[in-house]
Design a protein around this ligand. Structure first.
Ligand SMILES: Cc1ncc(COP(=O)(O)O)c(C=O)c1O
Length: 474
C-alpha cells in the first residue's frame, strides 16, 4: 500500500453531524493529519487483480459498464470495497480522493448521513411494492418545485430509460420521426442515441454499435455541438420531420464543453418555430450545476427534461418530465406506453428525496462552485508553471482538463487533445491517491464534501504526476 493510504476514521467527523458545509470543510481540513501524496508510490492491486481475473470469466470484459474498464488509461479496473465522504477505498485498502462520485450521483459525498438514514428507515418497510407509495408523490412534488419547466414527471430507473422514453413521447406528441442530437453527447445506450455518442463509446473509439439497425440510425441526425449553421441547415432541410432536439445543455460526455449563447438561442428558436420539442438531458447537470440544473443557469424552459444520477442519491433512478400537455400523453393517462416494475421504488425514492431535500435546504451550490473553481485555477497555474498547454473546463461540481493549446468547443476538438498524456497523468494521479475518471471524454465530479485541503492535495498530486508524465515523454 502506498502513502496514499489514510485512516478512514480521520475523516468521519467531517460529515456525520448537522454542521454547515463551511464548518464541515473547515473541520475536515484539520483532520487530514498524516496524509502525504506528493510523491508517487506504486500501489498494490493484488486483490483487485484477482477479482478482475474472476470477473472476466463470467462478466463481459470483467465490468458491468464499459467506462469502468480503465482500458483507455492502460490499466486494469480497480475494484472498490467501500467509500466515505470524499474518499473511496479499493479491495487492497488503497484510499483515494474520489472525483468519479459514482459518475455524478454522489453530490453530497459518500455515505451522507441523511441519505443513509433515509435508506435504513425505508428498507425496514420493505424493498419494493409494485404499487404506488407516498414517497413517489413527495418526490414528484419536490422535483416540480425545484425545476420550473417541470409540471409533471415520471420516475424511471436510469438516465437511459429517461432519455429513451422522452424521445418516444416527443415522437408521439409531434407525430414526427427524426431526432437531432449532437456529436459527443451521450443520452444512454438506447439504439437511437448510439450515433457519434460520447462517454464510453468515445473512450473506446467506437462511434456507434453493431446491433443498432441502420434503419433506426437514419432517424437520428447527429450534428457538431455549438455549430449553429449545421443546425439551421438540418432544420431547413428536414424541419417538418424533426420531433425533437435532445441535448446535453452542458456537454459532459466528451469532457466538458459549454454551449455558446448563440447555440442555445438557435436551439430554442428553431424548436419554437418548427414545433419540434426541446429536450434537455440533465442527467449529469441536474441539481448539480445549479439547484434547477443547467436550464436555470441558461434561463431556458425546455419542453421536456431528463434526469438521473443526483436524483437517486446513489440508487438506480431516472426521471423525465416537463410540460403538462405533453406529459399527459403518457400511459395510463394517454396512450404512449412506458412502464417499469421497479419504477418509483421506495428505497430509491427515499434516497433521492433525502439527497434533494438536503440540497434544497442547504443550497450548497455556491460553495460547490467555489471549490470547483479553486481546482480549475490550480490546474491552469500548474500548466503555466510547467509550460504544458492545458485547457480546463468547469461548471459547479464538474471539471475536465484537455491537453491542448486550443479551446475545445466540440467533440472533434476534444478528440484532437493529447489523450496519451491524459492517460499518463491519470496513472500518476492514481499512484498519488486521486481517483479521477479514467477517460479523457468524461467529466470529473466534485462533491460538496470535498474540502479546500482535499483540493490542495489533488493539485499537489496533479503537479507531481504532470511533471513525471512530461519528463518521461521528453
Ligand atoms: C447526459 C447523460 N444522459 C444519459 C445518461 C445515461 O444514464 P444511465 O447511465 O443512468 O443510464 C448519462 C450517463 O452517464 C449521461 O451522462
Amino acid at each position: 500500500m502506498g502513502n496514499a493510504t489514510v485512516d478512514k476514521s480521520a475523516d468521519k467527523s467531517a460529515d456525520k453531524s448537522d454542521k454547515s458545509e463551511k464548518e464541515k470543510s473547515e473541520s475536515k481540513e484539520k483532520d487530514l493529519g498524516g496524509l502525504k501524496t506528493a510523491d508517487a508510490q506504486p500501489l498494490v492491486f493484488e486483490r483487485s487483480g484477482k477479482l478482475f481475473a474472476r470477473a472476466k470469466e463470467h462478466i463481459p470484459g470483467g465490468v458491468n459498464s464499459p467506462v469502468r474498464s480503465c482500458k483507455s488509461v492502460g490499466v486494469d479496473p480497480i475494484f472498490m470495497a467501500n467509500a466515505d465522504g470524499p474518499h473511496i477505498y479499493d479491495e487492497d485498502k488503497n484510499c483515494y480522493l474520489d472525483y468519479v462520485g459514482s459518475w455524478g450521483a454522489m453530490i453530497l459525498g459518500h455515505c451522507h448521513p441523511r441519505v443513509m438514514e433515509a435508506i435504513e428507515t425505508a428498507v425496514r418497510r420493505g424493498t419494493s411494492y409494485g404499487a404506488p407509495c407516498r414517497a413517489e408523490v413527495e418526490i414528484a412534488e419536490l422535483l416540480c418545485s425545484m425545476v420550473p419547466s417541470m409540471e409533471m414527471v415520471r420516475m424511471v430507473n436510469s438516465g437511459t430509460e429517461a432519455c429513451m422514453s422522452a424521445i418516444r413521447l416527443a415522437r408521439a406528441f409531434t407525430k414526427r420521426s427524426l431526432i437531432v442530437k449532437f456529436d459527443g453527447c451521450y443520452h444512454g445506450h438506447a439504439d437511437s442515441f448510439l450515433v457519434k455518442a460520447g462517454s464510453g463509446l468515445a473512450t473506446l473509439g467506437i462511434s456507434s454499435s453493431p446491433g443498432v439497425p441502420e434503419e433506426l440510425t437514419k432517424l437520428t441526425i447527429s450534428l457538431p455541438y455549438n455549430d449553429v449553421d449545421a443546425l439551421r441547415e438540418a432544420f431547413a432541410k428536414k424541419g417538418d420531420d424533426i420531433a425533437a432536439i435532445i441535448v446535453e445543455p452542458i456537454l459532459g460526455n466528451a469532457g466538458i464543453i459549454e454551449p455558446t449563447d448563440e447555440f442555445i438561442k438557435c436551439m430554442t428558436g428553431l424548436c419554437k418555430d418548427t414545433g419540434a420539442l426541446l429536450i434537455y438531458d440533465e442527467v449529469m447537470t441536474g441539481f448539480r450545476v445549479a439547484m434547477g440544473g443547467a436550464q436555470e443557469r441558461q434561463s431556458v424552459k425546455p419542453d421536456l427534461s431528463c434526469f438521473g444520477k443526483v436524483i437517486g442519491g446513489g440508487l438506480p433512478v431516472g426521471a423525465y418530465g416537463g410540460r403538462k400537455d405533453i406529459m399527459e400523453h403518457i400511459a395510463p393517462q394517454g396512450s404512449v406506453y412506458q412502464a417499469g416494475t421497479l419504477s418509483g421504488n421506495p428505497l430509491a425514492m427515499a434516497a433521492g428525496l433525502a439527497q434533494l431535500r438536503f440540497l434544497k435546504a442547504n443550497k450548497p451550490h455556491e460553495r460547490l462552485a467555489e471549490i470547483t473553481e479553486m481546482l480549475a485555477k490550480g490546474i491552469v497555474e500548474i500548466g503555466e508553471k510547467l509550460s504544458v498547454p492545458i485547457q480546463v473546463a468547469h461548471v459547479p461540481g464538474m471539471l475536465s482538463f484537455f491537453f491542448t493549446d486550443k479551446q475545445v468547443t466540440d467533440f472533434a476538438g476534444a478528440q484532437k487533445c493529447d489523450t496519451e498524456l491524459f492517460a499518463k497523468v491519470w496513472r500518476g494521479l492514481i499512484e498519488r491517491g486521486i481517483y479521477w475518471p479514467p477517460s479523457q471524454f468524461e467529466s470529473a465530479f466534485v462533491s460538496i464534501i470535498h474540502s479546500k485541503a482535499d483540493i490542495r492535495q489533488t493539485l499537489e498530486a496533479f503537479e507531481g504526476s504532470l511533471k513525471e508524465a512530461t519528463a518521461k515523454s521528453k
